[in-house]
Design a protein. Structure first.
Length: 343
């Protein structure tokens, strides 16, 4: 059980800045996100696109903004639990019990939902026979690489995730068949080159401009797949395990089951504390809704600041929460790790 002041659901810019605002007030945080790297939409959807409306920064990319935010929160030592998803949020006497898909458990005094447009869920494979195959045979993320040791493995997709796992699992799998709907890959050149090396060594077979149309099984255990390409050729491939990397789509996901006041695909909050209909659970950034809401990163930063003060007051109701300034406050300097006399 990991004990913390706040669990933050979402590691996008608003979730990361929430860590900073809580840290300034002396509160600890653990961050959980379903994608494998921090940054949310900024790194998952537009890492190289310029952003012009962050105060004091004339222009930066999504990756640069994320890197700067990660640097900014370093003094506070927040736990990062990436590639995992919060599945359970339940009130308890001293706050909330939070559990993830991987089985991690947290005890927190408050929860902040900073999930952007929702958790990013993997795009599903559509193939005849899929519903009859055991879930363990067709996966959308890797939890235990050793599960694929010595197996005939199919990896579907042509982006970074697909090729990263081809390269990583290539040495331990019996054989990998990579199926991609195009003949150009969206992974970095070095990874594509490493995949080609495995292909030349006979460890990987690529089937390009193709898709899987049917799965075969023996009493639910995956045994093979039928692949067809644009030239109307059909391939029958022996397969024991399959990994699908078709990208991610935003969905509200498990958040919809937490008993909050949902407004379509957003969560209603007040504009004083950014608290949801459940006391102690807050929502900031694109996931929340209130009159006049604007889905801008800078608005989410403002919401994170007010939510942090509200959480501090909730946790310490008998103490007045004073506004202190990072320019002059010795307490803030200590929390930021700034040495006395350092500018």
């Amino acid at each position: 059980m990991i004990k913390t002041d706040v669990v933050i659901v979402g590691a996008g810019p608003c979730g990361l800045f929430q860590v900073f605002e809580l840290g300034l007030l002396g509160l600890s945080a653990e961050v959980v996100d379903s994608i494998r790297q921090p940054g949310g939409q900024c790194t998952e959807l537009y890492p190289d696109k310029p952003i012009y409306d962050i105060p004091g920064i004339p222009v930066c990319t999504g990756e640069e903004l994320t890197a700067n935010l990660m640097k900014q929160i370093e003094p506070f030592g927040a736990g990062m639990h990436l590639g995992d998803e919060v599945s359970v949020v339940r009130a308890q006497d001293d706050g909330f019990y939070v559990e993830t898909d991987s089985g991690k458990q947290f005890s927190a005094k408050a929860v902040v939902i900073a999930a952007g447009v929702g958790s990013f869920q993997p795009r599903a494979l559509r193939a005849k026979g899929l519903d009859e195959v055991d879930e363990d045979c067709v996966q959308y993320r890797v939890r235990d690489p050793q599960q694929y040791a010595g197996k005939n493995l199919a990896i579907l997709g042509g982006g970074d995730s697909a090729l990263d796992w081809v390269v990583e699992l290539g040495p331990i799998a019996k054989h990998i068949t990579l199926v991609h709907r195009r003949d150009e890959y969206r992974a970095v050149d070095a990874t594509v080159a490493a995949m080609r090396d495995l292909e030349a060594a006979g460890k990987v077979t690529t089937i390009e401009n193709a898709k899987v149309s049917e799965l075969q099984h023996d009493d639910g255990v995956l045994t093979g797949m039928t692949v067809g390409n644009k030239s109307k050729e059909t391939f029958q491939v022996d397969v024991e395990q399959m990994l699908v990397f078709f990208g991610l789509a935003p969905k509200l996901g498990p958040i919809a089951e937490w008993g909050l006041d949902i407004n379509r695909k957003t969560i209603n909050v007040d504009t004083e504390r950014f608290e949801t209909s459940t006391p102690g659970i807050y929502a900031i950034g694109d996931i929340n809704h209130y009159p006049g809401k604007k889905k801008l990163i800078l608005c989410g930063f403002h919401e994170a600041a007010l939510a942090a003060f509200a959480i501090k007051q909730r946790i310490e109701p008998d103490k007045k929460v004073h506004v202190q300034y990072t320019t002059t406050s010795p307490v803030m300097h200590k929390r930021l790790g700034i040495n006395e006399g350092e500018e």
